[in-house]
Every structure is written in C-alpha cells, then in structure tokens.
Design a binder for this molecule. Sequence first.
Ligand code: CMP
Length: 218
Amino acid sequence: LAKTPLFQGVPPQAIEVAREAFVTRNYPAGKLIFEAGDMGAALYIVQSGQVRIFRTYLDGRERMFAYLGPGEVFGEMSLLDDQPRSASAETTVDSVLLVLYQDAYWSLVRKWPEILHNLATILARRLREADLELEVLSFEEARGRVAYALTKLRKQRYGDGLRMKLTHQELAQLSGTSRETVTRVLHALREEQLVKVGSGFVEILDPAGLEEVLFGLR
Ligand code: CMP
C-alpha cells in the first residue's frame, strides 16, 4: 500500500489503518471484475498481477483503455460520482486486488485528506492522457495512432522491457484502427527500424523515434 500513488506522502499510521480497511481478493486470469454499466462503488488497487480496462461496443468491437500493474488504482470514478462503471475490468493473469468500499474510503479521507488529493492527482493525470489520446485519434493518421498505442503500452510497462506480447488485432483495438491497417503500419515502422515484429510480439527498437511518429514529426 505504501508504494501506491494513492498513499504517497500519507503518514505511516494512515497506511496501517488503511490496511485494515481494504479487503483482499484473489482473481484468476481472465476473470471479469466488473462490466461497464454495472453499479458499484468500490475502488481497487492492483497488489499483484495485471488488469485490463476496456469497453465492448454493440457491434462486438472492443476498445482497450489501459493495462494496469501493481500499485495502480481503478474503479475510483464510480466511487466518487455514484454513476455506473465507465468501462469493464478484467484480469489478464492471476491477480490479487485490494478493494476499498465507499464507507471505508470516506472515513479514511476524512482523517487524511492527502488521500483525496492523491486521487485527484491520479484523475488529473488520466485526463491529460485522455486529452492526448483524443488529439491523436482525431488528427493523426493510422501511423501516428499505432505509434501512440505502442508508446502508451511502453509507458504502462506492459511488456518485458521494450518487448511486448501483442497481436495485430490487440494493437488495432488499442489504436482505434483495423487489423489490416496495423499490419501495414508495422511493416513500414519495421522498414524504418523503429520496431521489430515477430509472431505474437512487437519490440520497440527506437522509443524516441516512435514518439516522433506519434507527434507527426517523422
Ligand atoms: P469506474 O468508472 O468506476 O470503472 C471503470 C474504471 O476504469 C474507471 O472507474 C477508471 O478507474 C478506469 N478507467 C476508465 N477510463 C480509463 C482510461 N482511459 N484509462 C485508464 N483507466 C480508465
């Protein structure tokens, strides 16, 4: 708990109390934690494992928002505004999650407002990312979008260093484009020695070069 951004700068005594307030839950790989539209007012912290945040649309297509690893927080939006879940959450590997229900959250926040400030910081960071994403998805060509998705995964430390286990289909869902387009773009990025592509994986060879592509500079 001490390592999560939610408890940054919070007194150790608060962390001791918080430890009692959280409920520990084990989830096997591929388990749906909640679905977009569900009601629910608990916040989650990934203790170990990985969670993916996504949405499924009526036509069956899926968009992936994020992969979250140890220490990261999700589910805070419904906790704060009592609205239905904005996205679905599923484990990708066996995971241990810490769950904090609304009442427990409020009693912690009343005593240690730093926690509320930290949550606001997490939301501000996510809004920044969402703004950038909106910009990339509205104005960039497929090339920029694919570069964006790869850069985002790298920053979320999704892979094993720069090498990421990823199919063209998954990359298409992350970059809001089709599988065929992803294949074409990856081919071009490979020719430019920005990435290496193998069966079921993509490796970033030049992270800075890829960021240039994302901002349309290359
Ligand atoms: P909540 O709406 O309660 O349930 C779904 C959760 O997914 C949401 O809270 C956030 O914690 C998380 N989430 C929603 N959108 C994004 C996003 N774009 N990036 C990362 N996490 C998100």
